[in-house]
Design a protein around this ligand. Structure first.
Ligand SMILES: [Fe+2]
Length: 346
């Protein structure tokens, strides 16, 4: 079996492949590592056949939907997954066949109602059901400490003690453990009666993961994250640096229209000399009147450089083929000490 573990922050993803057939599966991929996964599979001579999420993640952005689109392969999740884009829903005891490998699903609700572990060749991919010296939390949507108790003590911990445990998270840089090690030293597993375990899980007061709303929204719906929207827009526009723009503004070159897409109050507090005001929210409505010549070079700027990227992408889309975005925003422009004009332009 070919095996790669990819750590991103505290998230762990796994690429596993059949050495005989080169068929591979990716478990719990994370959105920022898409190119990394594809490059690793190519380097190892693997073809990714399945994209598997062990559960609906609340703390990071899953890459399964986007990779499924790019690679034309199915997304696999437990049948209880609420995500409408899952192609292959599997249940307890069912297997995904990967060349000569067999990935067996073990239904382990508790961290979420759709959590499953996957067992293949001496390895157990535990998602957030069992972590190294920890367990998944049960206070997020669909979490249930009673179910987690059953999944752990009646299912997972009864498997072969030598099974290697590969969790979906580890924040201390550890790669794996074994069932035996977890039974011996995992502090959450030392309360072995149901009542104490449930009581302990209920009394943990954990902080909410950052981006939980956006992670649940996108992982459950297959919708895009804000950073995906920005990356898609950024891929369609060229950028100009602050220094380059300053040189051009000082040379008073009139081939460049600087378009400030913030709201009027921000613009009047300080804008690039000569910049015109056209708030992002009015762009499509006013563009015909304000920018009658689509062959002009238009540079969009905003406060932080994000909204201007979306504005430049919109301008390109509607025919302003020379629209560019500022690499940075007014905040960086001011902090660099470049000239700012207040009030409105003549
Ligand atoms: Fe999770």
């Amino acid at each position: 079996m070919l095996f790669e573990q990819i750590a991103t922050g505290g998230c762990q993803s796994y690429l596993i492949g059949c050495a005989d057939t080169c068929a591979a599966a990716l478990i719990d991929p994370e959105i920022s590592q898409i190119d990394h996964y594809i490059a690793l599979a190519a380097r190892d001579g693997l073809r990714i056949r399945y994209l598997i999420d062990t559960h609906t993640h609340a703390d990071h952005f899953s890459a399964t939907r986007e990779l499924a689109r790019q690679l034309s392969v199915p997304v696999v999740m437990h049948r209880k997954s609420p995500a409408p884009f899952v192609d292959l829903r599997i249940g307890d005891g069912e297997m995904v066949v990967l060349g000569k490998l067999r990935l067996q699903a073990i239904y382990t609700p508790g961290h979420t109602a759709d959590s499953m572990c996957l067992q293949v060749d001496g390895r157990l991919f535990t998602g957030d059901t069992l972590l190294i010296e920890g367990t998944g939390r049960t206070d997020l949507p669909s979490g249930d400490p009673e179910a987690l108790y059953d999944s752990l003590f009646h299912r997972i911990l009864r498997l072969d003690p030598a099974l290697e445990v590969y969790p979906a998270h580890d924040y201390k840089g550890r790669s794996h453990s074994t069932i035996a090690q977890e039974l011996a030293s995992n502090p959450r597993l030392q309360k072995r009666d149901r009542e104490s375990f449930v009581e302990m899980m209920r009394s943990l007061s954990l902080t909410m993961p950052t981006h939980i709303t956006e992670a649940l929204r996108t992982n459950m719906s297959g919708g895009k994250t804000v950073s995906q929207l920005l990356a898609a827009a950024a891929a369609t526009v060229p950028f100009m640096s602050l220094a380059e723009l300053k040189t051009r503004v000082e040379a008073a070159e009139d081939d460049l229209i600087v378009l400030d897409v913030r709201e009027r109050d921000a613009y009047e507090r300080g804008h690039i000399p000569g910049a015109r005001l056209l708030p992002r929210g009015q762009l499509e409505l006013r563009v015909n009147q304000d920018l009658p010549d689509p062959t002009r070079r238009v540079l969009a700027c905003c406060e932080l450089g994000y909204i201007s990227t979306l504005a430049a992408a919109t301008l390109r889309e509607i025919g302003y083929l020379h629209a560019v975005a500022l690499d940075g925003g007014m905040k960086a422009w001011r902090e660099t000490g470049y000239p700012v004009k207040t009030g409105s332009e003549p």
